[in-house]
Design a protein around this ligand. Structure first.
Ligand code: SF4
Length: 407
């Protein structure tokens, strides 16, 4: 029975890889260090995991850091460790130090020149931790820190305070306490597994976690907050993992693509596998200076996501986290970008721009102001072309008419 199930998922994987990844697609061969890695090995997540890039010297050998820069980065990497999957590194342009993929994963001196007044935990998650590794901020949902490891450590991560740190309290280590807490709180309907990345856990441990959560009758939704589809998609190409996701659904995958170049044929194959085991995929991009803080990049990103059957969910304003100030933009810039999306790309491709308020205040959505005046019984709106319209407030709609343009 077990073999039959594995075979079923194995067939699904092979079908998706054949359908979505062109024969001869081997971008990793651009890198001399990987020029002779066969496709079968490259696409084995265990090989990727064994070859994770963990030092500035490794990045230098791949041509992703200049030797003089690598030497000076020790102060950064001692504080904020490096982990980059070969797959994610293979998306980088070694000739461009400002490459948007590279900047998300290669350390930068700016991380340790961050103003020390910035908190490592501005959202106050530590204060909201109810049992080790379990954060209860909104009444109906909890966030479970499943791991302090990821397949790539993002330099902009708002939880960089825990990444790779020994002794971090994860809910996996305190599973009984976490499950007991959720069981005693029937108002909790939604559990978000995050970290770190829950999909880097061994499949058997993930299965134990999901089984425990599914044994709680009032838990309706389980979400996986994971960047695996972006940084290590081949982790999903594992029959045992797909079987677990299928078995313990409904499960939603919340991922984080930040740049259109991250959406690859490997992404297409991965998303199709997830969809076919009943896992919808949503994206929570982060607005990052020099990476995606312009209208053209955001349009291209969100179009690419929809093409890959990923629903854009949030565009997060980057939080004021120590070590990440150089990635932040202004709220005004974020609103200009949202203005450049609405009316210019498909409505299903438009995320909600949100700012997470400090100290557990929660998320609030931000929208450009399309209502330009309020009169008695009539509001005046502008559309994405700057045309003005009066709109009757009451059900009969008296006063609704086109007015002209705002210029
Ligand atoms: S994958 Fe997620 S948790 Fe891990 S470093 Fe990136 S943003 Fe942070």
């Amino acid at each position: 029975m077990r073999v039959a199930r594995q075979t079923r998922y194995g067939q699904l994987i092979r079908r998706c890889l054949r359908r979505w990844i062109p024969a001869g697609h081997a971008p990793w061969r651009r890198f001399p260090a990987w020029s002779d890695v066969p496709r079968r090995r490259w696409y084995d997540w265990r090989w990727q995991w064994r070859h994770l890039i963990r030092t500035a010297a490794d990045l230098e050998r791949l041509g992703l850091l200049r030797p003089d820069v690598a030497e000076r980065l020790r102060s950064v990497t001692d504080t904020y460790p490096v982990v980059v999957s070969p797959y994610y590194a293979s998306l980088m342009d070694p000739d461009d130090p400002a490459d948007p993929i590279r900047r998300q994963a290669v350390p930068d001196l700016e991380e340790v020149t961050s103003p020390t007044r910035l908190s490592p935990d501005p959202l106050g998650e530590g204060r909201l931790e109810v049992v080790p590794g379990l954060i209860h901020r909104y009444a109906d949902r909890v966030l479970l820190i499943a791991s302090n490891m990821c397949s790539t450590f993002c330099r902009h991560c708002f939880r960089k305070r825990i990444l790779g740190r020994p002794g971090v309290a994860t809910a996996v280590r305190h599973l009984d306490a976490a499950v007991d807490y959720i069981r005693r709180h029937p108002e909790v309907r939604d559990v978000i597994l995050s970290g770190g990345d829950p999909l880097v856990l061994p499949t058997s441990i993930l299965a134990r976690l999901l089984r425990a959560l599914r044994s709680i009758p009032h838990v309706e939704i389980i979400r996986l907050g994971t960047r695996v589809p972006v940084t290590l998609p081949m982790r999903v190409w594992d029959p045992a993992l797909l079987a677990v996701l299928d078995r313990y659904g409904p499960i939603w995958c919340l991922t984080q693509f930040n740049h259109p170049r991250e959406v690859t044929p490997e992404t297409d194959a991965t998303v199709q596998m997830l969809l076919r085991v009943g896992v919808p995929v949503l994206n929570q991009a982060v607005l990052l200076r020099g990476i995606n803080d312009d209208v053209e990049t955001q349009r291209a990103l969100h179009r690419a996501l929809v093409r890959a059957c990923i629903k854009p969910y949030y565009l997060h304003h980057a939080d004021p986290v120590r070590g990440t100030h150089h990635f932040r933009t202004s709220l005004t810039r974020g609103l200009e970008i949202m203005e450049g999306l609405r009316g210019h790309i498909s409505g299903i491709a438009i995320p909600t721009y949100v700012v997470d308020l400090p100290d557990g205040g929660g998320k609030v959505p931000l929208l450009p102001d399309y209502r330009v005046a309020v009169g008695p019984g009539v509001w005046v709106f502008r559309n994405h072309r700057g045309e003005l319209f009066a709109y009757g407030v009451e059900p009969m709609g008296d006063g609704t008419q086109r007015l002209g343009t705002s210029e």
